[in-house]
Structures are given as C-alpha cells and as structure tokens.
Design a protein around this ligand. Structure first.
Ligand SMILES: [Ca+2]
Length: 262
C-alpha cells in the first residue's frame, strides 16, 4: 500500500516499477548487514560459550577439590571421633586447607562451606556480606583480641644477621577506620635481644603495622637498628604465627620467624 500511489494523471505507479532498483540495492545492503550481524552474533556467542565452558570446567575442578577435601576431613573426623582429645573440626578444616591450599589466590579469601567461592581479601570484615554464606563477615572480632596482646619468639636468619635473635613485641594501639574495615592499623613496640661484644642488649623499637583480616596476616613495618620488618600468618587457633623477615627498602628476604602469644 505504501508503494502504490496515483499521480495527478491517474496513472498508477507501482513501486515495482520505479522504486525497484533502489529497493533491490537497499535490500541487498540490508541482507549483507544482516549476514554480518549474524556472523558477529555467532562469534560473540561462541566466545561467550567458550568462556562459560571454561568457568564451568573450573567450577567442576573446584567442586572435585572440595569433595576431596571433605572426604579427607571426614576421614580425620572418624579418626579423631572417639578420642575426644579436644581437637575441634573447624581447626582441622583450616589445617587441611593450609596443607592443600584453598583454591583461591593468595589475595583472596576462601568462603568455605559446600559451594566454593573466593572473594578478595579486602572484602573480608568490611561490614557487608560478600560470600554467599556470609562467612567473610563471621570472624571479625580480632580487633578486641589484638589490642594489648604480646608475642614472643625467635628469628632465624638466612641473611641480615648471624645468630638467631629472640624477639618480643606488644601491640600497644589499634585503629580501624570506618572506610577501611578489612584492615586494623596497629601501633607496635618490639624488642630485639641482641648480643654485642658478649653482652646481651635489649633494643626497643616503636613502629606501625596492620592486621589483614582476609589473610589473617600481621604485617609489621620496618624499624630498629637493622631496619627489618616482618609478616606473620596466624595459625588456626590464633595462638601462634609464622612469617618472613625482610629488610626495608630492598625487601630482601632476611629469615623466618615463629611467634607465640604470651
Ligand atoms: Ca565483606
């Protein structure tokens, strides 16, 4: 109806006659465009399909790993079951996780539970639930626990020192800003026991650091005459941590340390 119209001389003009060449060209272009669009769509679909296949494969692998972990945990549970030796399952679960890895990168937190999920460390204890099971907001009481706590242990030097040094430190202050709740900023005083000319000296240093909820890691900024700083990863029961000692500036690996809560 659009193409049929009458001129003033009453000749019927049909679009088939006058409009045809132009329309055929348009139709041709439109057809080509449609083909291109369909091809693009197919490529996008194939890419998306490949991606979702990759994600599926990864999820399947995670699922298998989690099943493996669960099976190991069940075995441990059975062994421990009748003994009633005070070892709790959550502790064992995190130890199994420590031994086998969590399936998440070292900047991520494993949510635990039956459906594996990794969230960035920075989202742990930040005040909103990011894990589907809400696990990232469940153990956020460390702040109260850290303030005033004192720790002691030894540094075993691989470089930067010779004989093992005894080290103790006290967390003298904490600050957890509302805008960055996944970190607790710490004021720390640490005392290094050092032998100088056959005499044992206690060198006290004030420095800063922070507690990383997601990684359950203590980071102490460099201080003292040796300008060393260290990290210490908390074990499951929160009573000991192990870490690495580094030198300021170059962050050269100096040695390892193990600390116990005193
Ligand atoms: Ca969170």
């Amino acid at each position: 109806a659009v193409c049929s119209w009458r001129t003033r001389t009453h000749h019927t003009l049909h679009c088939g006659v006058y409009k045809a060449p132009q329309l055929r060209q348009l139709a041709l272009v439109a057809g080509q465009m449609r083909t291109i669009l369909i091809l693009l769509g197919l490529v996008a679909y194939a890419a998306a399909d490949g991606l979702s296949a990759m994600i599926r494969a990864r999820a399947d692998a995670n699922e298998l790993r989690m099943q493996g972990l669960q099976a190991r945990l069940d075995t441990i549970d059975k062994k421990v079951g009748g003994l009633d030796n005070g070892v709790d399952t959550a502790d064992l679960a995190s130890r199994v996780d420590e031994l086998t890895g969590t399936g998440c990168s070292d900047k991520e937190y494993q949510c635990g539970g039956n459906s594996p999920q990794c969230v960035n460390n920075l989202l742990v204890c930040d005040g909103s639930k990011d894990c589907r099971n809400g696990h990232d907001e469940m153990n956020c009481k460390d702040l109260d626990d850290l303030e005033g706590s004192s720790w002691g242990g030894r540094i075993h030097w691989d470089a930067c020192g010779t004989l093992d040094n005894r080290i103790t430190f006290v967390i003298t202050g904490t600050d957890r800003p509302d805008y960055f709740q996944s970190r607790v900023w710490l004021k720390i005083t640490f005392i290094m026991e050092e032998e100088v000319d056959g005499e044992i000296l206690h060198l006290s240093t004030n420095t800063d650091g922070f507690w990383n909820y997601g990684a359950r890691r203590l980071v102490v900024y460099p201080g003292g005459p040796k300008r060393i700083g260290f990290t210490c990863d908390m074990n499951a029961d929160g009573k000991a941590c192990t870490g690495e000692v580094m030198r300021e500036g170059t962050l050269t690996h100096c040695g390892n340390l193990m600390l116990f809560r005193q």
